[in-house]
Design a protein around this ligand. Structure first.
Ligand code: CDP
Length: 208
C-alpha cells in the first residue's frame, strides 16, 4: 500500500504522513529532506544555487542526518526550493524515492510530487493545504521551538516565495493530483488534522 501526501510548506503534511505511517505500520519518507540535504551540501561547499551543474554535483554522496538542525534553517529552505526546479536534480533523487515506495508492504511518502510523479499509482493520495498566514505561524513557532530566530513577516514572505516557485516550475510543479483528496488544515490542530487524514484514508481504501 502506497500513501502519497503532498502539499505546500508547513501545511501539516509531515505530521499527517508520520501519523498515517504509524497508523498503518508503514515506513515513512520525508522527501523534502532529500532536497534539503542537497541544498545543505551546496551551501557548505559554497556552491552556486543558480548553477544546475553545481546543484547536480551536490547530489553526489548524499549523507542525510535528519537530526542536523541546519537542514531546517530558512537559508537551506530557500536553496532547497531553488535547486528543486532543476530536472537533473529531480531525476538524481527519483530512484531513491521510487525504491522506497516500492518496498514490500508499502510506504508513506510526503513531498510535492509524490501523487503526480513519484508514485502516480498510490492507493491513497492526500493534498494537504492551509492558508499562507496559518502556515507561517506554524513555521515560526516550529523554528522558535528549535531555538532558531524567526520573524513571522519574514517567514510569511519566504513561504509565499516558495509557494510561487514550487507551483510555477516546469519540472514536477506542486499541484493536486486529479485523484487526490484535498485536506485543508487551516482550522485544524495537529490532532484534528491527523484524525481527519486517517478517516479520509480509510474511506478511500474501503472504496478500492
Ligand atoms: O517542510 P517544508 O514543506 O517547508 O519543506 P520540505 O517539504 O522539506 O521541502 C523543501 C523544498 O524541497 C520545497 O520548497 C520544494 O521546493 C522541494 N521539494 C520538492 O521539490 N519535491 C518534493 N517531493 C519535496 C520537496
Amino acid at each position: 500500500m502506497i500513501i502519497a501526501v503532498d502539499g505546500p510548506a508547513a501545511s501539516g503534511k509531515g505530521t499527517i504522513a508520520r501519523a498515517l505511517a504509524k497508523h498503518y505500520g508503514l515506513p515513512h519518507m520525508d522527501t523534502g529532506l532529500l532536497y534539503r540535504a542537497v541544498a545543505l551540501n551546496l551551501w557548505r561547499w559554497g556552491g552556486d544555487p543558480a548553477s544546475e551543474f553545481e546543484a547536480l554535483r551536490a547530489c553526489d554522496m548524499l549523507n542525510i542526518d535528519p537530526s542536523d538542525e541546519e537542514l531546517r534553517s530558512e537559508p537551506v529552505s530557500m536553496i532547497a526550493s531553488s535547486i528543486s526546479v532543476y530536472p537533473s536534480v529531480r531525476t538524481a533523487l527519483r530512484d531513491r524515492q521510487q525504491a522506497f515506495a516500492a518496498q514490500p508492504g508499502g510506504a508513506v511518502l510526503d513531498g510535492r510530487d509524490i501523487g503526480t510523479v513519484i508514485a502516480p499509482e498510490a492507493d491513497v493520495k492526500l493534498f494537504v493545504t492551509a492558508s499562507p498566514e496559518v502556515r507561517a505561524e506554524r513555521r515560526t513557532r516550529e523554528l522558535a521551538g528549535r531555538g532558531m530566530t524567526a520573524h513571522f513577516e519574514e517567514v510569511l514572505a519566504d513561504i509565499r516565495a516558495r509557494d510561487e516557485r514550487d507551483s510555477g516550475r516546469d519540472a514536477a510543479p506542486l499541484r493536486q493530483a486529479e485523484d487526490a483528496i484535498l485536506l485543508d488544515t487551516t482550522a485544524l490542530d495537529a490532532a484534528a488534522a491527523t484524525a481527519e487524514a486517517v478517516r479520509l484514508a480509510e474511506e478511500r481504501l474501503a472504496r478500492r
